[in-house]
Design a protein around this ligand. Structure first.
Ligand code: FES
Length: 272
């Protein structure tokens, strides 16, 4: 992997990252985070006229074109394997934004990657509940098993490992995601079996039924180009539906919202 470099100080409209001793020009930003910025030294790109047309088609879906930036960046990732300077420039040009605007968004959200991602992005939730339910052990075992650290990719380019914040699936803790498909209530052993199967090229199905595709294919779906698999598998598991089941068994039903409507003048009620 090429060394990640900061852009040249003084490059107009570009984000200038940290760790440079050179003087900064007026209006440029300096980052004090360790995370490397975008690699502006790499000029190879797969963004061609066809991709530009697709990016423009995403922008055309929104009343305010700039609202399309997030899915457009997912399309860039599906083509380039990460966010690239060429992808940022294409988004900026189509949306009439500066590259600094686009770069600011791309470097803020953790789903946008500045380094090439492997064929399978494996994320392990290590936020409080998953951590105490075994997420920390799952993550540690995968690190040992794969021989890589956080946000690193195996030498064969197959697996990128990342610890994730809460995936909003706490009832299924500890959860692991592969290319954003859930593997619920996983264990260290099961997690290693899953990555081994992926690296061996076997078809792997997530806990809730969806087949795992490559990270770049999944990114295309996030860009708003359906792959026809939206209905593969279930969308919730038994623990998510437990309250519903208990309510059904006991004959409970939700209160009528009309019982809670007020006349708009609560002061008389409060004065009682
Ligand atoms: S803490 Fe892991 S999904 Fe919420």
């Amino acid at each position: 992997m090429p060394e990640l470099l900061e852009p040249r100080p003084g490059a107009a409209g570009r984000h200038v990252g940290g760790n440079t001793e050179e003087p900064m020009g007026h209006g440029e930003m300096k980052s004090y985070f360790d995370e490397p910025s975008l690699d502006y030294a790499v000029t190879d790109t797969l963004i061609d006229d066809g991709v530009r047309e697709e990016l423009a088609s995403i922008a055309a879906r929104y009343p305010q074109p700039r609202s399309a930036l997030l899915p457009m960046l997912h399309l860039v990732q599906s083509v380039e394997g990460r966010v690239t300077p060429a992808g940022i420039e294409a988004c900026a040009e189509i949306l009439g934004l500066t590259t600094a605007d686009v770069s600011g968004v791309a470097t803020f959200y953790t789903m946008y990657k500045r380094r090439p991602v492997g064929k399978y992005h494996v994320g392990v939730c290590t936020t409080s509940l998953c951590a105490v339910m075994g997420g920390d052990e799952v993550y540690a075992r995968l690190q040992d098993h794969l021989g890589i650290g956080n946000d690193e990719t195996t030498e064969d380019g197959a697996v990128t490992l990342e610890h994730l914040e809460c995936n909003a699936a706490c009832d299924m803790a500890p959860v692991m995601m592969v290319n954003w498909e859930f593997f619920d209530q996983t264990t260290p052993r099961r997690a290693c079996e899953i990555v081994d199967a992926l690296r061996a090229g076997e078809e792997v199905t997530a806990t809730r039924g969806a087949r795992v595709v490559t990270w770049q294919q999944a990114e295309r779906v996030l860009a708003g180009f359906p792959d026809g698999r939206a209905d593969e598998g279930v969308t919730s598991g038994p623990t998510s539906q437990l309250g519903l089941r208990v309510a059904a068994e006991r004959g409970w039903s939700a209160p009528d919202p009309n019982d809670f409507r007020t006349t708009g003048d609560d002061s008389a009620e409060e004065a009682k």
